[in-house]
Design a protein around this ligand. Structure first.
Ligand SMILES: NC(=O)c1ccc[n+]([C@@H]2O[C@H](COP(=O)([O-])OP(=O)(O)OC[C@H]3O[C@@H](n4cnc5c(N)ncnc54)[C@H](OP(=O)(O)O)[C@@H]3O)[C@@H](O)[C@H]2O)c1
Length: 331
């Protein structure tokens, strides 16, 4: 680490190997090479595998890595002794697939409710770490359009329930937090490709082969571009570092468009010039996915735009960026 590392703020990303974690790491490490941006000392945790080589190569700065299972405090001791108390923790780790949570509710609860993480933060004896925690639009029941943050949470599946519990746990036990209720995140692939299918690329690859696709016309989301989520996290981080005032904020994080899966695919088809008749509308109620899925969890993002002075991009624009440059969003 460089000799002026004491002046730099410490940012720890929990779940640095996932989709959001990798994009965030790449952006924050790029900032370290840009004189106008706040430089950070970065660290991230990995869980089921060692940090993948393509990710380490993509991060052009020193970065500490720690194995960690969020379900217990053991892995945190090494972080305390090597990295110390972070100024910011971004918790991107989760059992993030609703179907996996439904199959194993106990694991979903113990991973998604970050009690070991908060217990570790409490051990420092102050609340001077900002905890940025990723929640989800699945906290809402899905029976109306454009949910606001103050609307009642009433999740219909285990994933949503675990995230509601995580929000309650953090607000009850930690006084310096930003909880981000994210919609579907889309964008380019990560440096070390994640195994799950990415929504825009999935639609694009099927349409490119001339395959027909069944798409829900009656489930609505506000998909948000990955680079916008990263910008939102960076903006919150910079604000905390600049003024040092503890925050307790919950924000809906979505794009400006309320879209069904069918409408998302229509946008991809229009951007690529594919035959729109390949898209077949189906009702979500006709398919059993093994997990209840809320119908309309579109979100009002006024609080986000007003609080941060930032407007996420339209879906069409994000699709163009995703398909134009599938591996690099940092240029
Ligand atoms: N992507 C979306 O569309 C979306 C939408 C709404 C909300 N969110 C939320 O945003 C956050 C980031 O999502 P994502 O798409 O980046 O998720 P992801 O790709 O599934 O990554 C999840 C990360 O969590 C780690 N992890 C899983 N179990 C763990 C455990 N027991 N201990 C420590 N780490 C563990 C994973 O590591 P291993 O792979 O090594 O296990 C991985 O690094 C999550 O909280 C998710 O619920 C995502």
């Amino acid at each position: 680490m460089s000799s002026n590392s004491n002046n730099k703020k410490r940012v720890l990303i929990i779940g640095g190997t996932g989709y959001l974690g990798q994009h965030l790491l790449q952006q924050l490490s790029n900032n370290n090479n840009t004189p106008i941006q706040q430089p950070f000392i970065l660290a991230f945790t990995h869980h089921s595998t060692l940090p993948p080589q393509p990710l380490l190569e993509a991060i052009h700065s020193d970065c500490l890595t720690f194995p960690l299972d969020l379900q217990n405090v053991d892995g945190f001791h090494a972080i305390s002794s090597t990295f110390g108390q972070p100024d910011v923790v971004v918790n991107c780790a989760a059992l993030s697939a609703p179907s996996a949570c439904e199959i194993d509710p106990a694991t979903a609860m113990s991973v998604n409710v970050p009690s070991a993480l908060v217990k570790w933060l409490l051990s420092f004896g102050n609340h001077n770490t900002l905890l940025i925690h990723l929640s989800t639009d699945h906290v809402y029941e899905g029976v109306k359009s454009f949910y606001k943050e103050e609307d009642e949470t009433a999740p219909v599946n285990v994933y949503g329930k675990s995230k509601v519990k995580s929000e309650h746990f953090i607000s009850a036990n930690w006084s310096n937090f930003a909880i981000l209720r994210s919609s579907i995140i889309y964008g380019p692939q990560t440096a070390a490709p994640v195994h799950k299918s990415l929504p825009v690329q999935w639609i694009d690859s099927l349409l490119a082969k001339g395959n027909e696709i069944d798409l829900f016309h009656d489930e609505f989301r506000c998909p948000v571009f990955i680079k916008d989520v990263v910008t939102i996290i960076q903006t919150i981080t910079s604000r905390w570092i600049a003024d040092g005032t503890h925050m307790q904020v919950i924000l809906n994080v979505g794009g400006p468009d309320r879209l069904s899966r069918l409408q998302m695919a229509e946008t991809v088809a229009a951007v690529r010039g594919y035959e729109p008749s390949l898209l077949k509308p189906v009702s979500a109620s006709t398919i059993n996915r093994g997990v209840k899925s809320p119908a309309d969890i579109s979100m009002d993002i006024k609080k986000l735009t007003q609080t941060l002075g930032f407007s996420p991009m339209r879906f069409e624009e994000g699709v163009k960026l995703t398909l134009a440059d599938p591996t690099d969003i940092t240029s």
